[in-house]
Design a protein around this ligand. Structure first.
Ligand SMILES: [Zn+2]
Length: 577
């Protein structure tokens, strides 16, 4: 029996050991008599079971795994009707799970004025003009994917740049992180934004310091001043966006996701595609918490949960956005930003901390999982405090509350993730020294705080469960790029060559676990998915190379050749292997 085991089991790994998983790599269903429909043999199958064992073969029947082990042992499962595929040594991993992603808006963006593929202001303007010229009948030009850093340090996205190419129709373009919109004069006019329009409490209208006129970028809650004037997205466009996203995500080997923000329209789109048999993803949907509505909205959320939790969709999560982002000084901080001429700017805590405790305690009691957005150390502390309050009131109900982003965690709060059973949901592709970090973050935090940014390694060592997600379309959903940056703390595409805060790197098995079994735990799917074990769904990926046998800096080049969702290929072709 060929079997390799990764010896250095981390604390997180140990936390996830299950009794069933320690039986070694040779597993089969006791009741098995029928032959498998599909057998993959001759592979390097990294099962991500509790012992992190390797196998040669896996057999599938009725969408589930009926055997994992040696090629010899697989023979008993192979009948005349079984499709047998020789993997020729290729690596297989469990289907990846993205714990924080925005598939519908990302798909919509990809199908609209998409600025993700370019990275400088001249190219943005050229892309906007090209799109507007190609779509003369669209009353609004919308899209996004621009980077704040492309405008240079301290510079803003200005309306006159768009006015020069589209003066007559409103244009609204989301930044890649979704926290700012860039609009033209026509859009500001339709929104009725003048020099006298006050900033909303949860956002900011960027203004010319001399004239007070809006320059064309709107931060956080100020986005709504224009967004609310846009015609609603049609169901057909939303479904088209979702179809694009499913195909794109399956193409990276992703078979389960947590959608980080849904409304009822989105849930309808998921249901419609699922009923058509086209939803080749397990979906946990995080229902958006309206900041102005308080606990009165929970009844509506319960209705959405019971109406839409069905098939491949689980609508049992609520998303609470507790702050903004560092780059526009809206992330909520314990200590002020270092801003020349401005004292005591500490960002925007979106939900008042006592109200947050009340909301989380009620949601927890109603059996919702809470998915927080928290970036600054104050927002993270407020989120942890809210979970602690819920624990005190309700006991440990095991709802796997999780906090996404986690850019700056006060060191005193790191042990609290494990203590409170809160999953640390990092976006590892952000954890290297790109312009966002070196130009838009470090100067405003100073060296001491900057030395603790994205502390993935420290949280991992504390014994907390670490799960990964991309936040696509903010960043690439490629698990391979994200895994590379998690283990190198360098840009996955060769854009930096010095590890940034190298002590925060994690090991490859831990990075893979964060995208498989730990993400499955976050998604309440670990009994069904997240590892390759008998009885689980046959969600798996055949890779073009063995991730353990290549340079760390080559991890991002890996590709998913074939993705199986519940035993069926949803990307690539087994016969072509
Ligand atoms: Zn997000």
């Amino acid at each position: 029996m060929k079997m390799k085991t990764i010896r250095s089991l981390s604390l997180t790994t140990l936390l996830l050991l299950t009794a069933a998983a320690i039986t070694g790599c040779e597993q089969e269903a006791k009741t098995n008599v029928e032959a498998a429909e599909l057998a993959l043999t001759g592979g390097a199958i990294y099962t991500v079971d509790g012992a992190r064992s390797w196998a040669e073969a896996v057999a599938v029947r009725n969408g589930r795994i009926v055997y994992v082990g040696t090629d010899k042992g697989a023979e008993a499962h192979i009948g005349p009707e079984t499709t047998v595929v020789d993997l020729e040594g290729r690596m297989v991993v469990p289907g990846f799970q993205d714990s924080h992603v925005h598939p519908i808006s990302a798909g919509l963006e990809a199908n609209s004025c998409d600025l993700n593929a370019v990275d400088n202001v001249a190219a943005y303007v050229a892309t906007i003009k090209k799109y507007a010229d190609a779509h003369p009948d669209e009353p609004w030009i919308t899209g996004g994917g621009w980077l704040m850093s492309a405008f240079g340090p301290g510079a803003l996205a200005r309306r006159d740049l768009i006015d020069a190419v589209v003066p007559d129709r409103p244009v609204l373009l989301w930044s890649r992180d979704g926290h700012t919109v860039w609009v033209n004069s026509k859009a500001l006019e339709i929104a009725g934004i003048t020099n006298d329009t006050p900033d909303p409490p949860d956002g900011r209208i960027d203004r010319d310091p001399k004239t007070g006129a809006a320059v064309g970028s709107l931060q956080e809650g100020a986005e709504d001043l224009v967004v609310s004037k846009m015609p609603p997205t049609s169901d057909a466009k939303r479904e088209e966006g979702l179809r694009y996203a499913i195909k794109y995500l399956n193409g990276f080997g992703i078979t389960a996701i947590q959608d980080a923000s849904v409304n009822e329209e989105d849930l309808k789109a998921y249901r419609k595609l699922d009923e058509a048999g086209d939803l080749s993803l397990h979906v946990v949907a995080s229902i958006w918490w309206e900041r102005g509505k308080g606990v009165a909205q929970i009844d509506g959320m319960k209705r959405l949960r019971s109406e839409y939790t069905k098939g491949h969709v689980d609508a049992g999560t609520v998303k609470i956005m507790q702050d903004g982002v560092m780059e526009n000084y809206t992330a909520a901080m314990l200590e002020p930003y270092l801003l020349p001429g401005k004292k005591d700017v500490r960002g925007i805590p979106m939900v008042e901390p006592e109200r947050l405790k009340e909301a989380v305690t009620r949601l927890d009691a109603e059996d919702f999982q809470v998915h927080f957005h928290a970036i600054g150390d104050a927002a993270i502390r407020q989120s942890l405090d809210a979970v602690e309050a819920a624990r005190k009131a309700n006991g440990d109900l095991g709802h796997r509350h999780h906090i996404s982003h986690l850019q700056l965690i006060d060191p005193a709060d790191i042990p609290r993730f494990r203590q409170l059973g809160v999953v640390a949901n990092f976006q590892p592709l952000w954890a290297y020294a790109d312009d966002y970090i070196t130009e838009l973050t470090i100067p405003f935090l100073g060296p001491k705080r900057s030395a603790g940014l994205y502390p993935i390694g420290s949280v991992q060592k504390s014994g907390a469960i670490v799960a990964f997600g991309s936040d696509w379309s903010v960043s690439s959903p490629s698990p391979f790029e994200q895994i590379e940056t998690a283990v190198t703390r360098m840009g996955a595409l060769g854009d930096t060559t010095e590890p940034w805060l190298p002590e925060q790197r994690i090991a490859l098995p831990e990075a893979i676990a964060a995208f498989t079994i730990n993400a499955a735990y976050t998604n309440r799917l670990e009994k069904e998915t997240g590892s390759l074990e008998v009885g689980k769904r046959a969600d798996l990926v055949v890779l073009d190379r063995n991730l353990f046998e290549i340079e760390r800096t080559a991890l991002s080049d890996a590709k998913a050749l074939v993705t199986l969702f519940e035993g069926k290929p949803v990307h690539g072709n087994l016969e072509a292997l």
